[in-house]
Design a protein around this ligand. Structure first.
Ligand SMILES: [Mg+2]
Length: 424
């Protein structure tokens, strides 16, 4: 395809959507009946349209809307100007008002999270104009397939008041092995991650051991999201060394992780105590983690995530990838990024198997042998299904959720519930 004129940004549309989600349990509560996401469409005066996807809590939507109004006229190749527009629009420097997501992740500046979906959309536009995939714009794909991990959750059989979902209850080690079996059979995953921090640690250790017995040779991880004390984390590391490829966020904070790290040899991973550039220096100085989970939604887009990859390489840190519940626009972006990041050698996390609704047309993103082929079409390589977008927007309007509130939702069912952070 020969290059065509990209044009300048003419119009930006941010559409909040809601898609169904099973009752997946975690340290702060339980997933609500719907996941909220925002689909960003950036149109140019040359008739092109680029896509981005991000969170859709109301405070984030307000910021996205302000930037969307300020973008017309922008050059789609000037990503530094995009960042300047976001900084100016939010009325803050990089240390200004922060952002919070899902009750677990806090950053001191909203700039990176707001830049991200627009940066992805501009890269999609650049690729569409040039006739090249986004992975080429990031330096070129070093792998043509990106491996993902099967993301296992303790869960209820269904949301209270609704029918059971097709996965059923996930509470016992046997039930989690069955859940993993279905994921491995349907998607071919060779890495499995268990979301922990839900039950007392011994139960979760037994679940990991049951998975190891049922899936010999699979790479295993557990992520209790900081539910454990330093002492329990060290015990977990001893008991599960040789079983886990890494232990993710066993205890909260850089100093806690550093204490665990000093007493164990198993690699510690995080997407909680290092989720912004400001956290890298203290984490490296304290040798708190050995693997950083990148996430372009949090780290300011694809090019900033590539920069994170370089920093991790510099300091000898491993690189993996974090996931929140997401749709196909994000999966495409994650796949291009992982393909073009040489030292991203761990299977990336994804919630993809848990969702039953989508906004992109089928065909571009398929799981085979636990991996997704890097789309080779121009830009992200995915096309928006306008009818599906309209349907999921209508669902957003009707569902009444306006933020991610795992703890509040849990309390509506289990009064008095408090998050399990550092509980055990
Ligand atoms: Mg995590």
């Amino acid at each position: 395809m020969s290059p065509r004129e990209a044009g300048r940004v003419s119009r930006v549309v941010v559409t909040p959507v809601a898609f169904r989600d099973p009752p997946l349990l975690n340290v702060v509560g339980v997933h609500q009946p719907y996941v909220l996401r925002a689909i960003v469409q950036v149109h140019t005066d040359a008739g092109l349209m680029g896509l981005g996807e991000t969170y859709a809590d109301q405070s984030h939507l307000d910021r996205l809307g302000a930037v969307a109004a300020a973008l017309p006229g922008a050059d789609v190749f000037d990503l530094n100007a995009l960042r300047a527009i976001v900084v100016k629009t939010l009325g803050e420097g990089t240390g200004g008002a922060g952002a919070s997501f899902g009750g677990m992740l806090e950053v001191s500046s909203a700039v990176d999270t707001v830049v991200a979906p627009f940066e992805v959309a501009l890269l999609d536009l650049q690729g569409r104009a040039l006739g090249r995939p986004v992975s080429d714009l990031l330096g070129g794909a070093v792998r043509d397939r990106v491996p993902y991990s099967g993301y296992l959750f303790y869960k209820w059989a269904g949301h209270p008041g609704h029918d059971d979902d097709s996965w059923g209850e996930g509470r016992t080690p046997e039930q989690l092995v069955a859940q993993a079996r279905r994921m491995v059979d349907e998607y071919g995953f060779t890495a499995l991650k268990l979301k922990g921090g839900v039950y007392e640690p011994r139960h979760e250790f037994e679940t990991v051991e049951a998975l190891a017995a049922a899936f010999p040779g699979h790479a295993l991880r557990i992520d209790p999201n900081g539910a454990w004390t330093v002492e329990t984390s060290v015990k977990a590391a001893e008991r599960l060394s040789g079983v886990l490829e890494y232990l993710e966020d066993p205890t909260p904070g850089i100093s806690g992780m550093s204490e665990v790290s000093r007493q164990t040899s198993i690699p510690l991973a995080t997407n909680m105590c290092v989720i912004a550039f400001e956290h890298l220096k203290p984490a490296v100085a304290a040798d708190a983690v050995q693997v950083v989970l990148s996430d372009h939604h949090l780290w300011g887009g694809l090019r900033r995530s590539a920069l994170l990859g370089g920093i991790c390489e510099t300091f000898g840190l491993g690189l993996s990838m974090h996931s929140n519940s997401h749709l196909g626009v994000s999966l495409a972006a994650m796949t291009h990024l992982a393909a073009a990041t040489p030292n991203l050698t761990y299977a990336c996390d994804t919630h993809y198997p848990w969702k039953t609704e989508e906004v992109v047309k089928p065909g571009a993103l398929e799981f085979r042998d636990g991996s997704v082929a890097v789309p080779t079409g121009p830009g992200l390589g995915v096309e928006l299904d306008e009818d599906a977008l309209a349907g999921l927007h209508e669902q957003y309007v009707k569902c009444g959720q306006r933020g991610r509130e795992d703890t509040a939702y849990m309390r509506s069912i289990v009064p008095g519930f408090t998050p399990n952070t550092a509980r055990w």
